[in-house]
Design a protein around this ligand. Structure first.
Ligand code: ATP
Ligand code: MG
Ligand code: MG
Ligand code: MG
Length: 438
């Protein structure tokens, strides 16, 4: 992509409405535009990152055996009356009436709809286990939308729903999602800690929230520092094998949200110097809720003995759009964002430090051609801005690798390669730069 032809509306001034650094940086870097309170347009740079994050979530769901489908954003109110949640959900639910006076709602979550789909087709235990997910926009009319994508009203969520014959099966499904979440967040360069959590309006009796520690987080959390160093399962993890050793390892170290915190146990189990009481961002949550939906909604399957039983369910959410904020909170400095490579909007930025100089232009074009041909996502800053402004833009938008190309270096046959994460730089020949970046 040539920056001169791209749509990257960088803001010079720091927007006053943004209270936290991730929100400020997303606005300044031209990633996001607020269209209404808690409702955003995703500008091209933000959209690229959103898609990268979504794809990592998808790959790890698929790896764990979940199957993707897509449900609509609008749902019938009557469906929610079956579970009893239409009235229980309260003012967070956006209720809509169509021209025929039918009551609809913009889905805040999908337990009811997926249960309706399941019961229409699945009648036998032989079709279990089953885990279906989608990545779809949700709407919750939050009392206080704030912090940009962290607490939006419209936001992108991955939500998966598991169906099993009994509790033991449902726990295996839960464990798979637990491990998939460990891998998902680690791939994005995040440390997200599974913490015991309250089940809330979803219902049920087993739940973990995945929390990224950050002072700006809205959740109070308590944990043993040791949990920060536990190993994340590799991509060779066997989802059909026994995952309980991994789950045991992660759940035997104290980690709880403030809602379920047990102060006595914390003090008994965790030595003073390892006690951490801090704040964090909820990037995902998993629930086991048993027959909470299958009983009222009659999602029954015939068991091996022919008798019909309600399935045991779980649901598993990831805040896909919230993750952009969480990653920036974790990866930035005073100059801007430092994207982990896996989610960066572009992997490489080429900075032409003397636009119009034939040798410099030529070298940049060659680099741009060769990197693009090798499938590298490149943003080529071919604008007529001063070098200083180009440095500032590249740092602000957080591209992991910058190639600085100017007449001085080229006279000696080199370009400068800068790594955004730690600021390290080195001079290399053009061909060497291409080799290192591919
Ligand atoms: P919170 O406690 O932050 O209100 P929640 O517990 O209500 O979140 P869940 O129902 O568990 O949210 O939804 C799954 C995930 O969706 C959450 O873990 C979070 O990452 C994300 N999420 C929830 N509400 C929002 C929101 N208003 N804006 C952006 N992401 C959200
Ligand atoms: Mg909420
Ligand atoms: Mg919550
Ligand atoms: Mg939650």
């Amino acid at each position: 992509m040539r920056l001169s032809r791209y749509f990257l509306p960088i803001l010079k001034e720091t927007p006053k409405e943004a209270e936290i650094v991730s929100h400020r940086l997303m606005l300044r870097a031209g990633m996001l535009r607020q269209e209404a309170s808690g409702i955003y347009a995703w500008l091209p740079l933000g959209h690229r990152v959103l898609k990268k994050i979504e794809q990592i979530v998808r790959e790890e769901q698929n790896r764990a055996g979940a199957i993707e489908l897509l449900m609509p954003t609008l749902q019938l109110a009557d469906l929610w009356r079956e579970s009893g949640r239409y009235d229980a959900y309260g003012p967070e639910m956006l209720r809509i009436t169509d021209r025929h006076k039918r009551e609809l709602l913009y889905g805040p979550t999908n337990e009811e709809m997926i249960t309706e789909i399941f019961r229409a087709y699945v009648k036998s235990y032989k079709n279990l286990p089953l885990n279906l997910y989608h990545i779809q926009w949700k709407f919750r009319d939050e009392q206080r939308p704030r912090f940009g994508v962290m607490r939006g009203r419209e936001f992108l969520m991955k939500d998966a729903y598991s169906f099993d014959l009994d509790e033991a099966g449902a726990r295996r499904a839960y464990n798979k999602m637990f491990v998939a979440y460990l891998r998902t967040f680690a791939r994005m360069g995040l440390k997200a800690i599974p913490m015991r959590a309250e089940t809330g309006p979803i219902g049920g009796d087993l739940s973990h929230e995945f929390i990224v520690l950050a002072d700006t987080g809205e959740s109070g959390v308590f944990c043993d520092r040791d949990v920060l160093d536990l190993p994340v399962p590799g991509e060779d993890v066997d989802y059909d094998g026994d995952l309980t050793p991994i789950i045991k390892q992660w759940t035997s170290v104290y980690a709880a949200t403030e809602d379920v915190h047990d102060a006595e146990r914390f003090e008994r189990e965790v030595p003073q110097e390892r006690r951490l009481n801090t704040r964090g961002i909820e990037v995902g949550q998993i629930f086991y809720f048993g027959t909470k939906y299958s009983e009222p909604m009659k999602a029954l399957v015939a068991g091996p003995d022919g008798a019909e039983v309600p399935i045991h369910g779980g649901s598993y959410g990831v805040g896909v759009s919230r993750l952009l904020g969480a990653i920036i909170e974790a990866c930035h400095d005073e100059n801007g964002i430092k994207w982990p490579e896996a989610v960066a909007p572009f992997r490489v930025a080429i900075l032409n430090l003397k636009q119009g100089d034939a040798a410099t232009d030529g070298a940049c074009e060659q680099l741009y051609r060769e990197l693009s041909a090798k499938g590298v996502d490149v943003l080529y800053d071919d604008t007529d801005q001063r070098a200083g402004a180009k440095f500032a833009t590249a740092d602000l938008i957080g591209i992991p690798w910058q190639v600085l190309v100017g007449p001085k270096g080229l006279a000696e046959g080199t370009v400068e390669l800068k790594r955004r994460a730690d600021g390290t730089r080195c001079n290399v020949a053009l061909a060497e730069a291409v080799a290192r970046l591919t």
